[in-house]
Design a protein around this ligand. Structure first.
Ligand SMILES: Cc1cc2nc3c(=O)[nH]c(=O)nc-3n(C[C@H](O)[C@H](O)[C@H](O)COP(=O)(O)OP(=O)(O)OC[C@H]3O[C@@H](n4cnc5c(N)ncnc54)[C@H](O)[C@@H]3O)c2cc1C
Length: 483
């Protein structure tokens, strides 16, 4: 008998039916779905595969019980959050999918310590609302805010619109509770900003994409509410002005700059012309369009300072034109243009990329990429926009005949060029399955070997979201690849 009181036969010898039976006995029938019920329950933004079973634990103990069963049976497990990832990181073919959706409670919000304790299945927007209720602020903001979960954003180290000021998810997480591959509950739920007591285990799981363990709870860091929000739409003529304006706003706005979102003209055209609902806020003749946002404590003073800084940039010729939102509704309309990414579908079948580069290298990178695409496929359309404040751009490239060969050829061109410019082939969604063949373009053999060793130490049987993020080590490196 194991801890749950169920007899398990020798490791790896259980069939799917036996595993399902054990899961049902441990978690209850209502928490285990199979066959059609899985498809009815779940859809995703990328391939979810065909799991052997989907379990929906109600608490950490149930996650641990499910993990112990999978560990004993030697069957892989794949954690599921909101399934909004775009790189097939939650693909659970032949595995037990473990959805955190029932573990969605906010357990504690403490405005004095500025922390919040949440379960991993809590949706990001819900966490933000809970912070607002006590006059605090959880700064993570991304397009998938209504579906992505805290466990998912931690596991992909999600970024979003406000990274330029508040950092990525790893900067917003103080502590974490994780269930490891063998069912061990590792609690590192420290609500401390400063804690120099050895290795930072919390950070180890940020961006691990569920390959090291299942995040079950987390302590998030909150900031005071910032009611003084200002938003403007700005036009500049060349990329040199984009980077100069970024640094100018950072220095003159006293740290209040919270978003710096750049749209190349093709993107701006798509989101401001029918069938898009948005309409132009500035003429269609400029080189780049930038949505600028600041957040601060004083509505009146912040607004007038914001206006002064933008006016002086215009007087100098750094900015060609600008409109400042005079109401929340106008600010929302400006953000709606930036967020209307689905308009890129109008260029036909396309391939999306989220990459990051040093800000100084973005313009030459885009120019070289477009020249390379034009040479091979004259007239191929590409659209660029993104969180340039933190070097992250989205590239959307028309996939032509959309054949596998053409998609692979385009991917090779884009990601090899990112490697040449020493950028990151994934600034947002992670590596998952889709970007695995390109990991070496952004990480050295030594880095990959070190990651394989960490993976092996925590998951020696390779059952925790296997095949994602890292290539399998060579069989000769049984204890993890050599450094
Ligand atoms: C419209 C849209 C806009 C987006 N905008 C952004 C953006 O601005 N910035 C950005 O970074 N991303 C963005 N994304 C990508 C996506 O929303 C993020 O990657 C998000 O963090 C995924 O969260 P999720 O809960 O949906 O995780 P899932 O998609 O369910 O899972 C993603 C990965 O995390 C693992 N995982 C999930 N939950 C857990 C857990 N509890 N423990 C361990 N591993 C887990 C999964 O196994 C998988 O590998 C966007 C996606 C969409 C569809």
């Amino acid at each position: 008998m194991d801890n749950d009181g169920f007899h398990l036969s020798a490791r790896g010898s259980l069939g799917n039916a036996a595993i399902e039976k054990l899961l049902r006995a441990a978690l209850g029938d209502q928490a285990v779905l199979t066959g059609e019920a899985v498809t009815e329950f779940a859809s995703g933004w990328s391939d979810l595969g065909a799991p052997v079973a989907l379990v929906r634990p109600a608490d950490t103990d149930q996650v641990a019980a499910a993990a112990r069963i999978c560990h004993q049976a030697g069957i892989p497990m794949v954690p599921w959050g909101g399934r909004t990832g775009l790189v097939a990181g939650a693909c659970a073919d032949g595995a037990v999918a473990i959805s955190l959706d029932r573990m969605n409670r906010i357990e504690e919000v403490d405005p004095v310590d500025g922390v919040m304790l949440v379960q991993a299945g809590c949706v990001v927007a819900t966490a933000c609302e809970a912070a607002e209720q006590v006059d605090m602020f959880f700064p993570l903001d991304l397009g998938s805010r209504g579906s992505a979960t805290i466990g998912g954003v931690i596991s992909t180290n999600a970024g979003g619109n406000r990274v330029v000021r508040f950092g990525m998810t790893r900067q917003l997480v103080l502590g974490i509770e994780v269930v490891l591959a063998d069912g061990t509950v590792l609690s590192s739920l420290h609500p401390l900003i400063k804690n120099n007591t050895g290795y930072d285990l919390t950070q180890l799981f940020c961006g691990a994409e569920g390959t090291l363990g299942i995040v079950t709870r987390a302590v998030l860091r909150l900031r005071p509410a910032m009611p003084g929000r200002n938003v403007a739409f700005v036009a500049v003529e060349d990329f040199n002005c984009v980077t100069r304006l970024l640094r100018r706003l950072e220095s003159r706005l006293g740290g209040q700059l919270s978003a710096f979102e750049v749209m190349w003209p093709e993107y701006y055209h798509l989101v401001t012309t029918p069938p898009a609902l948005g309409r132009p806020v500035l003429a269609h003749s400029h080189g780049y369009y930038i949505l600028v946002e600041t957040m601060g404590a004083d509505r009146g003073e912040d607004a007038s300072h914001f206006e002064t800084v933008l006016a002086s940039a215009m007087e100098e010729g750094l900015v060609s034109d600008a409109v400042i939102a005079k109401s929340e509704a106008e600010a929302a309309r400006m953000w709606a243009l930036r967020d209307d990414g689905e308009q890129v579908g109008r260029i036909g079948p396309y391939l999306p990329f989220d990459v990051s580069l040093r800000v100084s290298r973005i313009a030459p990178f885009v120019a070289e990429l477009r020249a390379g695409l034009e040479l091979q496929w004259p007239g191929k359309q590409s659209v660029v926009f993104g969180h340039v404040g933190d070097g992250n751009i989205h590239l959307v490239i028309a996939a032509g005949d959309n054949s596998a060969a053409q998609r692979e050829a385009i991917t090779d061109i884009v990601l090899n060029l990112v490697g040449k410019y020493e950028g990151s082939i994934s600034a947002e969604h992670g590596i998952g399955l889709d970007k695995l063949p390109y990991l070496h373009l952004s990480r050295s053999p030594q880095e990959i070997a070190a990651m394989q060793r960490i993976k092996h130490a925590l998951d020696p049987d390779n059952i925790m979201n296997p095949g994602k993020v890292l290539p399998a080590p060579c069989p000769s490196d049984a204890g993890g690849a050599a450094l």
